[in-house]
Design a protein around this ligand. Structure first.
Ligand code: BV8
Length: 243
């Protein structure tokens, strides 16, 4: 295990974690851009954009209903659980996730910022109404809302801003962290990817990812392995005999 990272965590007061779909890969959920990734078999513009939704809301809900059902079948893995443990060891801990699968919450993490929303609810395009999504998502004959708007997934699509308060908190947490863990993200989607290395020159940044990414040359250490294997090792080594 990387001794520098363990030492940095042992001495840290503030920890920030950024996760992407890679941390859920070992829960059986497909990533976006890897082999078999969702963006390899689907067209992003048609499915994860306001224009795509306006053009074909039934296609978009069909896709999100399938993903919602997959989320329900999935279980948090050892990587999610390890981050839940790490959170309990620090008063100042923030986990910002790009994932909409709720697996961090199901793993017991509480200090979670969902940068791109979640698939727990739908919201109306025209009014402030919200409704919970069932395990199967939204019935496709209920897409229209009585106010004249349409129910849409409560997530952030391409070209849409991140929720203001969530984004604010994420920037502040990244800026004050002593250690930043970047787990399971290709670091190509902004502004989320900026949290890894753009807000804090002093933090010890570690990337946990089997592959290299555009930020790999800017991190202090890279652990080239699956999150469900690497994170428990990091957490065990760092929390043992921590003062
Ligand atoms: C914004 C929705 C501006 C939810 C997602 C040109 C035109 C238009 C926009 C842009 C443009 N250029 C740049 C932009 C901005 C755009 C962007 O960044 N585009 C990129 C693709 C170029 N960003 C936006 O549009 C954002 N909004 O900028 O607003 C604005 C400003 C002011 C006013 C108005 C507007 C909104 C971005 C959010 C988009 N929504 N998804 C959903 O459907 O899920 S993005 C989508 O990508 C997911 O949210 C996902 O989380 C995110 C990032 O992907 P990753 O999680 O990193 O997944 P990926 O497959 O890519 O990588 C997985 C990694 O895991 C790999 O590295 C792999 O090696 C690793 N891995 C695999 N197995 C494991 C593992 N790691 C560890 N363990 C393992 N076992």
């Amino acid at each position: 295990m990387n001794g520098h990272l363990v030492a940095a965590l042992r001495g840290a007061k503030s920890v920030f974690v950024l996760t992407g779909s890679g941390i859920s890969a070992e829960s059986g959920l497909p990533t976006f851009r890897g082999v078999g990734g969702l963006w390899r078999t689907h067209r992003v513009e048609e499915l994860a954009s306001p224009e795509g939704f306006a053009r074909d809301p039934i296609l978009v809900w069909t896709w999100y209903n399938e993903r919602k059902a997959a989320h329900e079948r999935a279980q948090p893995n050892a990587g999610h659980l390890a981050l839940g443990q790490l959170e309990m060891a620090f008063d100042d801990f923030t986990l910002a996730t790009q994932n909409v699968d709720s697996l961090h919450l199901r793993a017991g993490s509480r200090k979670v910022l969902e940068l791109h929303g979640s698939l727990r609810e739908a919201r109306c395009t025209n009014c402030t109404a919200r409704r919970p999504l069932s395990a199967a998502g939204l019935p496709r004959d209920e897409i229209d809302h009585s106010c004249g708007g349409r129910w849409r997934p409560d997530i952030v699509w391409f070209g849409e801003s991140l929720p203001h308060d969530v984004w604010q908190k994420a920037q502040e947490a990244a800026a004050r962290a002593d250690v930043i863990l970047v787990v399971g993200t290709s670091a190509v989607v902004y502004p989320a990817a900026a949290l890894a290395t753009n807000y804090n020159r002093a933090a010890f940044v570690a990337e946990i990812n089997p592959e290299t990414t555009p930020i790999s040359n800017r991190v202090a250490c890279a652990l080239r392995g699956p999150a469900a294997e690497v994170l428990p090792q990091i957490v065990d080594s760092s929390l043992r005999r921590r003062g």
